[in-house]
Design a protein around this ligand. Structure first.
Ligand code: HEC
Length: 140
């Protein structure tokens, strides 16, 4: 009997260890999958956002947010997004000023694939602004 309980415990441990072993790409994919749930959350409710947001302590860095929520378009130029590191594509945008770019990051660009927060509804305003700054810094 004890041995059965023990193996159940060991199995549980093996599972939880596997859960921690996710790569960043898998995490991002997971976040993508749980997004519809997050989108039902009220704006400003910090308890929203699922496991990825709950597990992180404090705001994610601009780079982390970029990798999780912006790279799909800004890493590839998909849907006409200015690519990270493409100084020519960013020059005119950067000339508009940081406030304008932060605003675009937070509220999106009307009529384009750039949605509010790049579609990352579990990103705080602070995290989106950090991601914009990260892209701007890497695209001068
Ligand atoms: C679904 C694709 C997509 C995703 C995901 C996305 N963007 Fe964009 N983004 C775009 C496109 C397309 C544009 C160009 C819009 C235009 O024509 O000005 C853009 C433009 C921008 C601009 C420049 C806006 C301006 O005023 O010139 C900023 C800043 C920006 N995105 C930030 C972000 C951030 C931060 C994220 C992640 C949190 C993100 N984007 C995720 C598609 C995306």
């Amino acid at each position: 009997m004890t041995r059965i309980i023990f193996s159940i415990l060991a199995l549980g441990l093996a599972f939880s260890a596997a859960a921690v072993d996710l790569t960043d790409a898998q995490r991002a994919a997971m976040e993508e999958r749980i997004k519809p749930v997050g989108e039902n959350c009220m704006v400003g409710d910090s308890s929203c956002g699922g496991a990825a947001a709950a597990a992180s302590s404090g705001p994610r860095s601009g780079e982390e947010v970029y990798n999780a929520a912006c790279m799909a378009c800004h890493g590839t130029g998909a849907a006409g997004a200015p690519k990270l590191g493409d100084a020519a594509a960013w020059a005119d945008r950067i000339a508009k000023g940081t406030d304008v770019l932060h605003n675009s990051g937070l509220h999106g660009v009307a009529g384009t694939a750039m949605m509010a927060k790049g579609g990352c509804m579990n990103c705080s305003d602070e995290e989106v602004i950090a991601a914009v700054d990260y892209m701007v810094a890497g695209s001068q």
